[in-house]
Every structure is written in structure tokens, then in C-alpha cells.
Design a binder for this molecule. Structure first.
Ligand code: 5GP
Length: 139
């Protein structure tokens, strides 16, 4: 983890202004400064972890509780009944701010953004081996 404060920690601490949506002891939420569409919201832990897998159980649990509440408010207020949650980890995965964050991105009928990828057929033998290895490795 970097010693330098992330831009999101500076937002939490009030050093950088934002359009705040929600705050409690563990979680902070605000509008993305460069939204994909109206209602594009970021939800972050106050804990300054860079990646999701580094987060404490307390922050993880509080994020899990806050996300559906914030999503419900966004869809009720914007009228978008569809939305995506995007959470990038690492620069190759598109992460630009190294402080865990969830994007909540409404999808309106007229929205042009999409989150799709090419798929391949699952190899059953490789899948069995991989699923068992990942499962056995979970701490
Ligand atoms: P990432 O690409 O890391 O998943 O997303 C980082 C997001 O943070 C981007 O969508 C970007 O627009 C947003 N962002 C970066 N700096 C600021 C800022 O100072 N204020 C706000 N509100 N959003 C920011």
C-alpha cells in the first residue's frame, strides 16, 4: 500500500470537495467527477486499501451493507431501473485511483456505454482443477 494519501482519502478528509451521497463510520460515497451518465456514483471504504482483497472484514461487511441501499436510492431518484457495479483492481484492469472503490453506473434506455467481453467455452477438466485449487486456497 502506498504511504501517500490517495485522492479519495483526501476527499473523505474534506481536503478535496465532492458531491457527497452517503457517509458512516466505514463507508463514503459521492458522485464520480467524470460520470459515464447521470447518477454515476462511487462507493468507497474509509480504510485506505488499494485493492479489494486487502480490505478488512469490517470494511467489507459495511460496504456490502451500504451498496444495496445506495443502489436503491439511485434507481428511485434517477428512474434507471438497470445498473452495473464495476470494481477495478490494478492498472491493467482499468484502475486509476488506488483506493478501493465501487462504481455504480445506471443504464438508461438511451445509454451507449456497455460492459461486455468475448467468451470462450469452459474446458471442464481445467475448470474442475482450477475451481478446486481456488476453493482450497480461500483463507
Ligand atoms: P477507476 O478507473 O480507478 O476504476 O476509477 C476512478 C474513478 O474516480 C474515475 O471514474 C474518475 O472519474 C473518478 N475520480 C478521479 N478523481 C476524482 C475526484 O477528484 N473526484 C471525484 N468525484 N471522482 C474522481
Amino acid at each position: 500500500m502506498s504511504e501517500e494519501k490517495s485522492i479519495f482519502t483526501r476527499i473523505i478528509e474534506g481536503e478535496i470537495p465532492c458531491f457527497k451521497i452517503f457517509e458512516n463510520e466505514y463507508v463514503y460515497s459521492f458522485l464520480d467527477i467524470n460520470p459515464a451518465c447521470p447518477g454515476h456514483v462511487l462507493v468507497i471504504p474509509k480504510e485506505p486499501a488499494s485493492y479489494l482483497h486487502e480490505l478488512s472484514p469490517e470494511s467489507s461487511s459495511e460496504l456490502g451493507k451500504a451498496l444495496p441501499r445506495i443502489c436503491k436510492s439511485i434507481i428511485e431518484i434517477t428512474g434507471a431501473s438497470n445498473y452495473n457495479i464495476i470494481q477495478n483492481n490494478g492498472s491493467e484492469a482499468g484502475q486509476t485511483v488506488f483506493h478501493v472503490h465501487f462504481h455504480i453506473i445506471p443504464k438508461y434506455p438511451e445509454s451507449t456505454h456497455s460492459f461486455t467481453w468475448k467468451t470462450v467455452k469452459l474446458d471442464k477438466k481445467a475448470a474442475l482443477e482450477l475451481s478446486q485449487k481456488i476453493s482450497d486456497n480461500i483463507e
